[in-house]
Design a protein around this ligand. Structure first.
Ligand code: G6P
Length: 362
């Protein structure tokens, strides 16, 4: 059928979409830059960002996880406080809002009913809304005041991959644009750093054999798995665990490295896989301490670190990218781990049971 033709030589859309990530990064760099190499964003969006005293990011699933990463960018670069909310919770339990809120809806499809319910409510209240979506013209895009396009191309696999990294890249550009509009000094050039990320993604997507072997070694028979990380790595550990559970049905959870000892460590048994991310210099020492704690209780630790921070026993070392953008690199091996784990376990990678690509009911 037609979808088989689109897949080309790939066995699954998910693998194709993972491989498209460096191309999407380069597309975003091109689309968000003018001929003078200046960031190209709608003036109205710039003004709305500048005017906000607090930003509320609303999303579901993988898009929610991208929002967690985006919060870091907006707070660190543009110095605006950000709250990230799961859409289905926000509708019925609205937090106290600031005086000049701006709502950012992150949605690959632009059709998620839980997010739309929030959009309808906050529009009734008279608040401005920006939708970041892969589908301009979608419901969330039409009903919001402003839209930013992800330029990721159609994403067919139910498990989102290239939309997540596109969302993060666009959020980084938005944060820098806002910072510049506010006259803040930055020593961070987003386009240069995203170009480095694209090259790192080329390297990572070429390491499929190594990652397939890791999936075989760590995930082929296990019933559960843990992902741990601190700060930016914690955000990615949530996405890594979501990918794994969505398509391989392995019960997986992401945890903050320091939180393990407050309960979760009770679940560690001999052979339990613990995938630890170590891409952040300021927590490199402490996350490795957390790894030792689980290894002492029998865990099978797989450490994914970044060049410059690596140690002898690390299973996988990422090429170096800017510290703010590490999620764009570290998520790639986690996507591939989930893919190969699902493949080896005979799961339907592109159409996992019980899941839909976009959920248009509340
Ligand atoms: C569904 C999909 C997820 C996705 C979520 C949000 O649950 O299965 O992969 O992350 O919806 O979708 P959206 O289109 O709003 O990003």
């Amino acid at each position: 059928d037609a979808s088989d033709i689109e897949k080309g030589t790939y066995p699954h859309f998910m693998l194709k979409e993972i491989d498209e990530q460096p191309i999407v990064m380069r597309k975003i760099i091109k689309e968000y830059q003018n001929e003078n190499n200046e960031l190209k964003l709608d003036e109205e969006i710039r003004a709305a960002m500048k005017a906000a005293d607090r930003i509320y990011i609303i999303a579901a699933g993988t898009s929610y996880h991208a929002g967690l990463v985006g919060k870091e960018f907006i707070e660190k670069l543009a110095k605006i406080p950000v709250e990230v909310h799961v859409a289905s919770e926000f509708s019925y339990n609205m937090p106290l809002l600031s005086e000049k809120p701006l709502f950012i809806f992150i949605s690959q499809s632009g059709e998620t009913a839980d997010s739309r319910a929030v959009l309808v409510k906050i529009k009734e209240m008279g608040h401005p809304a920006l939708t970041i979506t892969n589908v301009p013209g979608s419901t969330l895009s039409r009903e919001a005041d402003y839209t930013l396009h992800l330029y990721a191309g159609p994403e067919i696999a139910v498990a989102s991959t290239k939309a997540y990294t596109a969302q993060i890249a666009v959020l980084a550009i938005l944060a820098v644009d806002t910072a510049r509009a506010k006259g803040l000094e930055l020593d961070f050039d987003p386009m240069q750093e995203l170009a480095i990320v694209a090259n790192a993604m080329d390297v990572l997507t070429a390491q499929k054999e190594e990652i397939e072997q890791l999936a075989r070694d760590y995930l082929s028979t296990t019933r559960n798995a843990f992902f741990i990380g601190r700060s930016a790595d914690f955000n990615v550990s949530l996405e890594g665990s979501l990918k794994l559970k969505e398509i391989s049905y392995i019960q997986a959870e992401g945890f903050a490295g320091g939180e393990l000892k407050h309960g979760t460590i009770a679940l560690i048994e001999k052979g339990t896989p613990v995938i630890a991310l170590a891409t952040q210099e300021n927590v490199n020492y402490s996350i490795r301490g957390n790894v030792q704690e689980v290894v002492a209780r029998g865990a099978n630790a797989l450490i994914v670190s970044m060049k410059g921070l690596e140690q002898d026993d690390d299973a996988f070392v990422l090429p170096k990218v800017h510290e703010l953008l590490t999620p764009l690199a570290s998520v790639v091996p986690l996507q591939l781990l989930a893919y190969y784990a699902a493949l080896h376990r005979g799961c339907d990678v592109d159409k996992p049971r019980n899941l839909a690509k976009s959920v248009t009911v509340e």
